[in-house]
Design a protein around this ligand. Structure first.
Ligand code: GAP
Length: 547
């Protein structure tokens, strides 16, 4: 089944998963609010990550594929940090995207996100001489179609003359054009060439002011990644948690990036949440740890339901790697808003060497890993001065002192949540109250992620059924199972309402319950109905949730 993004977005809004931020004021681009069901779903994604990576980790067991046993712990660090953190991390100087403006519409675009095709025309028109090769661009979600319509409009041709267009390339991004070619591009929403400006660098960090004085020295930044909060606390964790190498420190928290063109629902937002691990290890074993973490993180998504060919692990080409990195792989998912064959990043697993710890110790490093500490800023202060603190590790067994290497699995909680929503969205058929097959929309979310685990219904609103159903509802809630209750409408309709929000099980109290003390439990995916004694219900659901 090919999935339609519009239907998914509409369900998310209609059933209270996701809303546009500040919607009553017309919204604000790149910001999203999670509704009553969305907040449960995203919390379940975060909880699954924290449980599986941090709290459930057994430091005495060597997991399959791991070079040794290891320890895991967590931190929660502040969003605003000392500005020097971002100088040493490289974000102050390098965390930039290239942007172009359209001089006519005043719209701003990320250089690599504008896509288009070289085209000429074999038919002279009043608008344009034939044979002039121009680059027609589009920012549409379906650029293939849009570029054709736009090229026809630019050449002043009716659709029946589409065969007069001569295409010279498939869709390519604007940043593939040379400086000489850029003036021959037609920007989105205009019909003339030459309205794009030269590309310029744009730093993605949000600036803010700390304190009441508001001077330039009080400028600070909202963190663009949670990772740096872990690096600057490396020594604190080492000294207080009594951990020994190898160990990992996890953090979940908000990050902020002033994305030039936020798009594709929550995929590219300006405020989003990250789930990051910095795994510290000996340089000699770091290649094996890199391998371990890329396989483990890929398996995590698969276990939670992202299956088959839609999920891939893409190893970066050597020329894509930072100078300090010996490997980076992305876990990618074929989101329905992407053209066929394209994937969007869910998580990057990077071998970061000793770059971050050394930068925070010695000052920012150059491409040869030499500190840049001696360069001065406009106030005569060292530009990239490190903390000067010793962030090395001393191994008291081998008596070796060294700067640990780092493997960084860095995931996005919102992107993972969106991928789970897209994967779960299914349209199929199920019998209605009369046993006739009817179309249904069902979210086949993994039970661990489902916002509501079970719905409890009395078959009818009399004969003591509501009272029994409410007691079951109460008992399950008390046992920590998130359940809902409904007594309105035909039972088939109630099933469908729950299917649409991904509730794995519906529990019905019926006419037999008073005599057999049992209820019918219906499975969302198999539609199978089984009779379960009320006394066993809580443990049965808890077992199913742990399966
Ligand atoms: N510390 C490394 C780091 O931040 P990244 O690839 O820039 O690496 C990691 O970000 C993850 O954070 C991405 O794989 C993605 O899931 C999420 N992410 C990054 N930018 C995002 C955005 N604008 N909106 C939503 N999620 C984003």
């Amino acid at each position: 089944m090919s999935k339609n993004m519009e239907s998914i977005v509409s369900l998310c809004k209609r059933r209270g998963f996701l809303f546009q931020s500040s919607e009553i004021y017309g919204g604000i681009q790149g910001f999203w609010d999670y509704g009553p069901l969305g907040v449960e779903l995203k919390r379940n994604v975060r909880n699954a990550w924290w449980h599986d990576m941090i709290t459930a980790h057994d430091e005495f067991l060597q997991p399959d594929g791991a070079p040794s046993t290891f320890e895991m712990c967590g931190v929660e660090t502040s969003i605003i940090m000392h500005p020097q953190v971002w100088k040493c991390s490289g974000h102050f100087d390098l965390f930039c995207d290239q942007m172009v403006d359209c001089k006519e519409t005043k719209k701003r675009y990320r250089f690599d996100q504008v896509r288009g095709r070289w085209v000429s025309c074999t038919y002279d028109s009043a608008e344009r001489p034939s044979a002039e090769k121009i680059f027609v661009t589009s920012m549409s979600e379906t650029p293939e179609e849009d570029v054709i319509s736009r090229a026809l409009a630019v050449f002043g041709l009716k659709r029946k003359y589409a065969d007069k267009l001569e295409w010279h390339t498939d869709l390519i991004s604007l940043d593939k054009l040379s400086a000489d070619e850029l003036p021959r591009a037609v920007a989105p929403d205009v019909q003339a060439t030459g309205t794009f400006t030269e590309p310029r660098e744009f730093n993605l960090m949000f600036k803010t002011i700390v304190g009441a004085l508001g001077t330039a020295e009080d400028a600070a930044f909202l963190r663009p990644e949670t990772a740096q909060g872990i690096f600057v606390n490396f020594k604190n964790v080492l000294d207080t948690a009594r951990v020994k190498l190898p160990f990992g420190v996890g953090q979940i928290g908000k990050s902020f990036r002033n994305e030039i063109t936020p798009r594709n629902f929550t995929f590219r937002s300006r405020e989003f949440e990250q789930m990051e691990i910095e795994f510290f290890c000996h340089p000699d074993s770091s290649p094996q740890w890199y391998q371990y973490w890329r396989d483990r993180r890929m398996a995590w998504y698969k276990d939670l339901g992202l299956a088959g060919e839609r999920l891939i692990l893409r190893e970066h080409d050597p020329d894509e790697l930072s100078h300090y990195s010996t490997g980076t792989a992305d876990v990618e998912y074929a989101f329905p808003f992407l053209p066929a064959g394209e994937y969007g990043e869910l998580e990057g697993i990077a071998h970061r060497g000793d770059f971050d710890l050394r930068s925070h110790m010695e000052g920012k490093l150059d491409e040869n890993s030499n500190p840049l500490t001696l360069q001065l800023d406009e106030n005569g202060q060292p530009k990239w001065k490190g903390s000067g603190k010793d962030l090395q590790y001393f191994d008291d067994q081998t008596r070796e002192r060294f700067t640990p290497h780092v493997i960084e699995p860095s995931a996005g909680a919102d992107r993972a949540t969106l991928a789970f929503i897209c994967e779960a969205y299914t349209e199929d058929e199920a019998p209605d109250d009369k046993g006739e097959m009817q179309k249904r929309t069902v979210m086949k979310l993994h039970p661990r992620l489902a916002p509501i685990k079970a719905a409890v219904f009395p078959l009818i609103k009399k004969e003591g059924m509501p009272e029994t159903a409410q007691q079951i509802y109460r008992d399950l809630k008390r046992a920590g199972v998130n359940v809902t209750y409904s007594q309105q409408g035909a039972i088939g309709r109630r099933y469908r309402q729950q299917d649409e929000i991904g509730t794995p099980w519906c529990i019905t109290v019926d006419g037999d319950t008073a005599t057999d003390n049992a209820v019918t439990v219906r499975d969302r995916d198999t539609l199978e109905q089984v009779r379960i004694p009320i006394a066993d219900l809580t443990s049965e659901l808890q077992n199913r949730l742990q399966a």
